[in-house]
Design a protein around this ligand. Sequence first.
Ligand code: GDP
Ligand code: IMO
Ligand code: MG
Length: 420
Amino acid sequence: MSNMVVFGSQWGDEGKGKVVDMLAEKADAIVRFQGGNNAGHTLVVDGEQCILHLIPSGILHPGKQCLIGNGVVLDPFVFCQELDKLAAKGVDVSASRVMISKKTHVIMPYHCRMDAARESSRSEDGRIGTTGRGIGPCYEDKMHRCGIRAGDFADPELLKQKISTALEEKNVLFKHLYGVEPMDAQAVFDEVLPVAERLVPYLGDVSSAIQAADCVLFEGAQGTHLDIDHGTYPFVTSSNTVTANAASGSGCSPRVLDRIIAIVKAYTTRVGSGPFPTELLDADGDYLQSQGHEFGATTGRKRRCGWLDLVVLKESARLNGPTELAITKLDVLSGLKEVKLCVGYEYKGGTIAYPPQEQNGMAYVTPVYETLPGWDEDISDARSWDDLPENAVKYLRRIEEISGVKIGIVSVGPDRVQTF
Ligand code: GDP
Ligand code: IMO
Ligand code: MG
């Protein structure tokens, strides 16, 4: 059986959680390979909503293994809260099916404080609009080679020493640069120890678990244009969100990645700051926002909305190599007289088909649109291409033509079953 990778092709919140939940039925194991609880992945099963931040979106399928790879940054408090919430719903979250790599870096309380301090020290237009979950500072420590890894939770002495060392430097910054309260190493250790001890039974060798499984589903978080290298830097997240990282972020060879599924929202949204060429600040934008219930699943912030940007999608196809597209939220477009597709950018006196590479170049492009007729019909009960109005089919076919990638999945509502 073939392995699958699901990734976000835009700026996150494309509907990855829903598609992963749907595909998890075919997999033995579902693995997160990057990001942390900045992610908010929404699943709806039999009308009941479940938002996951860390635990892979296969957890609602009994018996499937849920793995957290080395490329993730894990907040142990949030992880425990998520375990408790799921357990209260009767979901089996025992260590027999949930595993954390010993190499996974953990988010400490001082990372969250640093995230907040950095954001508030930035000028209004330099602010990234992070989720405030300590993601960037935790990855910084990883790269700086002073991070705490989940495996260290089995060794309280080592944990204590690492917290102490980390705070020596951070407290200088807290106190003298950012003007915030420094943190006491012993108090942090005392706060973390109970959750650290609770996590120990979940520690394992994720790489070997992947090797042993027949079919693995790799669950991307965020989106390609939030990638630390390929996104709209510096308005990005702190990890590689592209599919290549599915291998290094979980401990397997890139040769095992077979089916690569790009999740494409039928329009575009973005939370936080940064350029967004097709953003709509008019009634159409408000329509997408309200019809699509576009509020962040992690922070509750209103999502910025705009037309589907095929320049962004083509770049995602180039970087991730999708074998198919999964178009989500097509139902949200119902009721619009016309729908627009961005097919190129005007930039520096010419037209370009790919995003400019220089920093913030995306802020200076003007989208070139192709306008297509809209449709009025409610399509949330559609279960095949034949159930779609002609104009919706035209819209989808045009996306395939311009992106050069076939559509394999269409989603017409939040529920697991509203898919074909
Ligand atoms: P993710 O971060 O990529 O998993 O996406 P989020 O869960 O943050 O945001 C997607 C939102 O759209 C969630 O509220 C989903 O329940 C919802 N959703 C997913 N697919 C569809 C769809 O086809 N139609 C509609 N109307 N909602 C959808
Ligand atoms: P999912 O997996 C949408 C955005 C933040 C901010 C930037 C950096 O649900 O698609 P960070 O806290 O990561 O340092 O913030 O990235 N961001 C997301 N936007 N969906 C997400 O995840 C996101 N995770 C981070 O809003 O602009
Ligand atoms: Mg989300």
